[in-house]
Design a binder for this molecule. Structure first.
Ligand code: ASP
Length: 324
């Protein structure tokens, strides 16, 4: 009997390290790459989620900004990272649109990542520098068309949500405009506030406070319904441009090949973070809501990415906008 116990204990001790190895994740800080500059909307969303995930994971969750090429540089960085759960990517709708916008990408959006879950869907707003003359969206469109050689549009590069929205706008009003690319709409907002650039379409997570504070002029929101935080702002559909309806969904990804139990742990942690009081409150102030628990899953993010690649491909092809 005693012999049997010793054998069982020895077997148990032998089994412990691998079980504990999986359960111990994370044993050190986790980094989430944001493929745009600090201070912009994707960065804002990520920092709020990272803080709440850190509480749940019991480790620091750091945010690293890798801006450039409309989000594709940061995505490429994570596609090549060690698949150990310590380097993640928080990207938005650009993961789907860049699949068509770029003739060559250094990664395959559908096969280079494991999916953790959806994070949020953020409305966009069409804004201009504070002293831009037109007083409403109709006058804005007329003014832009009449001054097409002077008006400049800020965006975060080809593949960014601001690029997509600007492209939809130009195609809806059949007027090409001069675009000014930044590494993210954080710095683009700085230039809009300084009057160095005229207009921009950007997530409410970057524009709400500026609109409320009157530091930028707002013309429309890209959702079917008006927003509680910006009730005076008409929708693009009210203003007669339903083709501009777009919502910027965000997802959390890990490099392909991350151990399934680690992906599952991250997904659970994301779900917990999205119910965190601070996250819910701050998202609400910024005109958005966290994704519900059933969407903060690998299956939901994968399905969303596939649907959205197919949804935007014909629209981008019709617009004929590509990057090499
Ligand atoms: N809002 C930006 C975009 O146009 C990205 C960012 O700076 O977060 O996609």
């Amino acid at each position: 009997m005693k012999k049997m116990w010793v054998a069982m204990l020895a077997a148990a001790a032998f089994a412990v390290p691998s079980v504990a190895g999986a359960q111990a994740y994370p044993e050190r800080a986790v980094t989430i790459v944001v493929p745009f500059s600090a201070g912009g909307p994707t960065d804002t969303v990520t920092r709020l989620v990272a803080e709440a995930m850190a509480k749940d994971l019991g480790q620091q969750v750091l945010v690293e900004n890798v801006g450039g090429a409309g989000g594709t540089l940061g995505a490429a960085r994570v596609a090549e990272a060690e698949a150990d759960g310590y380097t993640l990517l928080l990207h938005h709708i650009g993961m789907a649109t860049s699949a068509t916008l770029y003739r060559k990408l250094p990664y395959d959006p559908l096969n280079a990542f494991d999916y953790v879950g959806l994070v949020t869907e953020v409305p966009m707003t069409i804004v201009a520098r504070k002293d831009f003359e037109p007083q409403d969206f109709k006058a804005f469109i007329e003014h832009v068309k009449a001054n097409k050689d002077q008006v400049t549009v800020a965006n975060a590069g080809i593949g960014a949500a601001s690029h997509l929205c600007g492209m939809l706008f130009m195609s809806a009003i059949e007027t090409p405009l001069t675009t000014v690319p930044y590494q993210g709409t954080g710095p683009a907002m700085t230039d809009l506030l300084g009057g160095q650039v005229d207009i921009m379409c950007d997530q409410t997570t970057n524009t709400t406070k500026q609109i409320q504070g009157g530091t930028v002029k707002a013309y429309a929101v890209t959702t079917p319904e008006r927003l509680d935080v910006l009730p005076d702002l008409p929708t693009v559909t009210e203003a007669g441009l339903p083709a501009l309806e777009v919502s910027v969904w965000h997802g959390l990804y890990a490099p392909k090949g991350t151990p399934p139990e680690v992906v599952e742990r991250l997904s659970k942690s994301l779900q917990t973070a999205l119910q965190d009081e601070n996250v819910v409150a701050r998202f609400g102030e910024l005109g958005t809501t966290p994704s519900p628990q059933e969407d903060a899953t690998p299956q939901a993010l994968k399905a969303k990415l596939e649907t959205e690649i197919n949804r935007w491909r014909p629209i981008i092809e019709a617009a004929g906008v590509y990057a090499d």
